[in-house]
Ligand binder design. Structure first.
Ligand SMILES: NC(=O)c1ccc[n+]([C@@H]2O[C@H](COP(=O)([O-])OP(=O)(O)OC[C@H]3O[C@@H](n4cnc5c(N)ncnc54)[C@H](OP(=O)(O)O)[C@@H]3O)[C@@H](O)[C@H]2O)c1
Length: 299
């Protein structure tokens, strides 16, 4: 593995939220940069890259290490996406590229095709210094084959997918292989989108009803844990999962940034085994009953 990723990675979706004035978002980015955390970003997050570029020019001493989503259906498209990410932030290389492989490229990767050498070459050039491989329930087949065949070894630092108390977006077969092989993981969506009671009780807060239904099942588990803060519960969940290197979360508010700092600034005790067993059993069932049947990108 190339890097020690920070345990908490600041995701930048909220930096692209135009409902927050741009100067406030630059200010927030600068505050997050001073924590020393890694950042996670993408061309898909509104104008987040441009906000980051402004923050970097304002405080070049604190430019963070960053993960960028890069992808396409061919190496040429992937190279273009590297350029599209780097241009707005004004940097000449990526610390880490999150491979979001289109169908053809994913198949080629799983078959051990020429793209493996091409990715190696990109890494050796220093343009992208490390890779993660993105997975969803509806794209788990090719990553499963790639991992099984050993094509990720030495090339990919970790598999990255939604992993939080309400979501585990690798299908059951891939998940079992990840655990069996001790493959490192970067967990996405630290707090599952927000506090579990709001997800359960506030109409419209959960962006899909399956999340509200899961919150109904998870809220009693959280309450029984005796842990006061949902953020702490979620952080401890992530680091109770074998192989997790980092969890990626976000906020558009200074007070919630402070809460992440408090939670991740202290040692994270694993959740009791009984709680993890209950959550893992729920996630195995949700995967079978819901996730693998979902239309792509609907969850
Ligand atoms: N495929 C992918 O690569 C992918 C997909 C999804 C997400 N991501 C990455 O992961 C990051 C996080 O994803 P996410 O935003 O979907 O999930 P998340 O971090 O679980 O949820 C963030 C939401 O939780 C709220 N929140 C955070 N701390 C809180 C607290 N203490 N109290 C109350 N509310 C709190 C925030 O609201 P406020 O802003 O109001 O604080 C924000 O709306 C993204 O920024 C992105 O970088 C990557």
């Amino acid at each position: 593995m190339k890097y020690p990723y920070s345990r908490f990675v600041y995701g930048s979706t909220r930096l692209g939220d135009v409902a927050i004035p741009a100067e406030k978002r630059v200010e927030l980015a600068c505050a997050a940069m001073r924590t020393g955390w890694w950042f996670h970003t993408s061309t898909q997050y509104g104008d987040a890259l441009s906000i980051l570029g402004q923050a970097f020019r304002k405080d070049p001493e604190h430019i963070p290490s960053m993960i960028y989503k890069i992808g396409g259906d061919s190496i040429a498209e992937l190279e273009q996406s590297i350029e599209d990410n780097l241009r707005p932030v004004g940097l000449d290389h990526m610390d880490c590229g999150q491979l979001c492989l289109g169908g053809n490229l994913a198949r080629e990767f799983a078959q051990g095709g020429a793209c493996l050498k091409a990715l190696e070459k990109i890494r050796e050039s220093g343009r992208v210094r490390a890779f993660l491989l993105e997975v969803f329930p509806w794209t788990s087949e090719q990553p499963y084959r790639a991992l099984k065949a050993g094509h990720t070894k030495g090339l990919v630092d970790a598999i990255i997918f939604y992993l939080n108390p309400l979501q585990r977006f690798a299908d059951n077969r891939l998940w079992d292989l990840i655990l069996d092989t001790g493959t490192p993981v970067v967990a996405l969506r630290t707090v599952s989108g927000g506090p579990v009671h709001r997800l359960r009780d506030e109409p419209g807060f959960a962006w899909k009803d399956y999340l509200r239904q899961r919150a109904v099942e998870v809220a009693p588990v959280f309450e029984a844990s005796g842990i006061k803060s949902w953020t702490e519960f979620c952080a401890r969940f992530a680091f109770s999962v074998p192989g997790v290197l980092a969890t990626v979360g976000t906020t558009g508010r200074k007070e919630n940034l402070s809460e992440y700092q408090t939670v991740f600034g202290q040692p994270l005790e694993p959740l009791p085994k009984g709680i993890m067993d209950v959550l893992f059993a729920l996630q195995r069932r949700w995967s079978e009953e819901v996730d693998v049947h979902a239309e792509s990108w609907t969850m």
